[in-house]
Design a protein. Structure first.
Length: 273
């Protein structure tokens, strides 16, 4: 199954094929084939021929950059990390709202937690999680034990962190360069706090959250060449361009045309002019 899996065909199955008709006749001839049902154009993503008019046309240099191969795999991982950021942002946002909403009613909230939290334990136990080990529960209990003015500041800080997570999620999902930088910087800024939490008490959720964030930072910096790593943005854009099937076809067409040289003979044995 792994050998038969294709990121390109998976993407085309979800989003449709990407066809393009370049103005250059030689290159267009390599991307088009005549059939009894009409012309078929080669998909720039998966390489299959698709019947019907191409989705776009123009100079080869203006062709859309279609993600293929490793770039598609990277896009899947990045969007998976974006989903994680959305989940974190929504959860922390709800927590911030709860802290702000019930500020000044700490005794009632603590009583509610003591009453209903044990009822959730069977559900979390099925997931292999002890609800008492959730860092959010400990944070909420600590927050409710301090003054109302401090609680308001904590709620504001939590809301800001939730907004940052959602901003990172948007940038990552849209595959924007600024989103990758925001995610790398924002996640790195909170790594010391997560390391401190793990040092205080080692739990599965804390270790998992730390591992995910460390992976996110290292993966973004290395694969997206952030902060000048591995050649920086210029090398990253060149790598993306080289993965375009249209660029590969253009290079193949150029390779089939021998360069003029003195005394060199053509494949048919005729002298080169």
């Amino acid at each position: 199954m792994r050998r038969g899996f294709s990121w390109e065909r998976r993407s085309c199955g979800l989003h449709g094929h990407a066809t393009y008709a370049p103005d250059e006749p030689d290159l267009a001839g390599r991307l088009r084939v005549a059939t009894p049902w009409g012309d078929a154009w080669r998909c720039l993503r998966c390489g299959d021929y698709v019947l019907g008019a191409p989705q776009g046309a123009g100079p080869a240099a203006s062709a859309p950059l279609v993600l293929r191969g490793r770039a598609l795999r990277d896009a899947f991982i990045i969007r998976l990390l974006a989903v994680d950021k959305v989940a974190r942002g929504l959860f922390i946002g709800l927590l911030a709202f709860g802290i702000w909403r019930f500020n000044g009613h700490q005794d009632a909230v603590l009583q509610t937690i003591d009453t209903y939290l044990p009822l959730l334990q069977p559900f979390f136990a099925r997931l292999g999680v002890n609800v008492q080990d959730l860092s959010a529960v400990h944070l909420l209990e600590q927050v409710l034990a301090i003054s109302t003015s401090t609680v308001a500041m904590i709620a504001l800080g939590a809301a800001g962190y939730a907004a940052l997570c959602l901003l990172e999620a948007v940038g990552l999902w849209l595959m924007k360069r600024w989103g990758e930088y925001v995610a790398a910087v924002g996640t790195s800024a909170f790594l010391p706090f997560e390391i401190h939490e793990v040092a205080l008490e080692v739990t599965f959720l804390r270790v998992l959250a730390l591992a995910v964030n460390v992976f996110l930072v290292v993966y973004l910096v290395w694969t997206k060449r952030l902060f000048g790593v591995r050649g920086g943005n210029a090398a990253y854009e060149a790598e993306r361009a080289n993965q375009s099937l249209l660029e590969v076809e253009a290079a193949a067409a150029s390779a089939e045309t021998p360069a003029p040289a003195s005394g060199r003979r053509s494949p048919r044995g005729l002298p080169k002019t």
